[in-house]
Design a protein around this ligand. Structure first.
Ligand code: XMP
Length: 517
């Protein structure tokens, strides 16, 4: 790798990925490794400019709790410890950490007691910034060479520094948005203290990714499944720039796409980008297999399995392909640190067409596997994809099937498509689309009585869903103005035949999930 890079060691915190994103926002490439898979040889071979130790749920005071590999303190490079990372660094270097009865979560005010390179651009002695804390234990004594540079009521050692060795320990989380100037602290560490150049830009990434794809693929053929989503689209355009018509895309229309979606995909890729594209309308096959099935998991499994069969058949028509391109992202490949060791419960079996590579016996090309979602969007813009396209809300693999609880019929899907189009149109008109993570209509398997004009109606009810989220793992329902909701309800009932009642879903995740099935 030609760019400077930072290694982040993960101790299991929910927000470690944010550290990597903040570092990369300053043009510095970073990777996350589990602390216990980072042996000395591997770390030295990776040759990071600096190391960041992330937070975690364990207690440094417990026997057998995680420790940073001790070699990192012999490498002569800067180390930043955050929360648990601060505590283990201090403990490993000869300081003390103690359990506290009083835990501290949420906003807190710290007081800067000395100037320090970590916050030289923003705070000076006497500043009282607001930060975000989340800790039970705290440092109670520091190793030789360290000094306290900021303090707070709950954490007297809020920031400690050994400026000569470039070791810094922060009790709060600079990576979360609620910490004032948190991003500058990360910048100061990676640019000023570690001396990284900050030249990892999307334009550079694009050129390097293209060169790498050319080298990997040579003159072999690649196929890529398009879903209409951002990841597979960006992967396809990038690969096409690299190897031109050695790439063929396959778009399987499951019949569960949104209104106009299939046309848009075909127009964009075949007509605009001139990418060879197989457009397979398999809606009758999918609907046939789903007839009479109402169990959510069975629906998902049938769709996943049918997709693999149809895709495989389309690919065999191309002949001679050795590679399958996939839009895998960095969060899918980060190894996670597990303390429970037990298997996690399957909430939903996701449609990530995992069975495809095994069935087809192809090599896998994953040009986005180092990127976070927002970076993929940036790369898409760099490749000339329109902002309307790259900023699109996520759409689940099984499509409208999971927004149509109960048995699926073409009639129900058509009604849902119309209502969904009206809802999204209203959201765009109101300028709210980019504030919302995902918005969609769910067609309820219930008919209700209504009155329109002088007549009785007996039609479907629908639910509107809109959530805000950072990553889809947790979500809050979006707080629309009542007036807006009332206008949307009126439009749907007037414009969509088959719906006579509109409700708004105010469930967050957890306890709900974003999709209804
Ligand atoms: P849930 O409903 O589990 O959804 O809260 C979280 C996010 O994942 C999307 N989703 C899927 N994405 N394949 C995907 O690639 C799937 O099978 C799938 N099911 C749900 C959902 O739209 C939301 O963004």
């Amino acid at each position: 790798m030609q760019h400077d890079h930072i290694l982040i060691l993960d101790f299991g915190s929910q927000v470690t990925q944010l550290i990597a994103r903040r570092v990369r926002e300053h043009g510095v490439y970073s990777e996350i490794w589990p602390y216990n898979h980072a042996d000395e040889d591997r770390i030295r071979a990776y040759n990071p400019k600096a190391i960041i130790l992330g937070g975690g749920p364990a207690s440094v005071t417990d026997e057998g709790s995680p420790r940073a590999p001790s070699c990192i303190f012999d490498m002569g490079i800067p180390v930043l410890g955050i929360c648990y990372g601060q505590q283990t660094m201090i403990a490993q270097l000869g300081g003390k950490v103690e359990k506290q009865d009083h835990h501290e979560y949420g906003r807190a005010e710290i007081k800067v007691t000395h100037n320090c390179a970590l916050f030289s651009s923003t705070w000076t002695e006497g500043s009282t910034p607001t930060v975000w804390m989340s800790h039970g234990d705290r440092v109670t004594d520091i190793p030789e060479g360290f000094e306290i540079v900021a303090t707070s009521k709950g954490a007297p050692y809020a920031i400690v520094a050994d400026e000569s060795r470039h070791y810094y320990g922060i009790q709060f989380h600079p990576e979360v948005m609620h910490t004032q100037n948190g991003s500058e602290i990360i910048r100061n560490f990676v640019i000023d203290i570690a001396g990284c150049k900050g030249d990892w830009t999307m334009a550079a990434y694009k050129d390097e990714a293209i060169a790498k794809i050319r080298e990997e693929v040579g003159n072999e053929k690649v196929i890529c499944g398009l879903s209409g989503g951002v990841d597979s689209s960006v992967a396809a355009v990038l690969i096409h720039e690299a190897i031109g018509d050695q790439l063929t895309c396959i778009y399987v229309d499951t019949g569960m796409m949104r209104k106009g979606e299939s046309d848009q995909v075909v127009k964009l890729f075949r007509d605009h980008y001139n990418i060879p594209l197989i457009h397979e309308d398999a809606s009758t096959v999918f609907l046939g297999k789903l007839e009479g099935v109402s169990d959510p998991e069975k629906k998902r499994k049938i769709i996943g399995g049918t997709f693999i069969d149809v895709f495989d058949e389309c690919a065999s028509r191309i002949g001679g392909a050795q590679w399958l391109a996939q839009g895998t992202l960095y969060p899918d490949v980060i190894e996670s640190v597990s303390y429970t060791g037990g298997p996690s419960v399957t909430i939903k079996s996701h449609h990530n067409v995992g069975g495809l590579p095994e069935k087809m016996n192809l090599k896998i090309l994953e040009p986005l596997r180092e990127l976070f979602k927002d970076e993929v969007r940036d790369l898409g813009r760099t490749l000339g994809l329109h902002d309307n396209f790259v900023s699109r809300h996520p759409f689940p693999g099984p499509g409208l099937a999971v927004r149509c609880p109960g048995e699926i019929t073409k009639e129900k899907l058509d009604i849902l498509r119309e209502a969904d189009a009206v809802y999204l149109d209203a959201i765009r008109e109101e300028g709210l689309y980019n504030e919302i993570w995902q918005a969609f209509v769910v067609l309820l398997p219930v008919r209700t009585v209504g009155v329109m004009g002088d007549g009785r109606t007996y039609d479907y009810a629908c639910a509107l869903r809109a959530v805000t989220s950072a990553d889809g793992m947790t979500a809050d329902f979006y707080q629309f103005e009542m007036d807006f909701l009332s206008r949307v309800a009126t439009r749907i009932i007037n414009e969509v035949r088959g719906i006579n009642r509109v409700t708004y879903d105010i469930t967050s995740k957890p306890p709900g999930t974003i999709e209804w099935e």
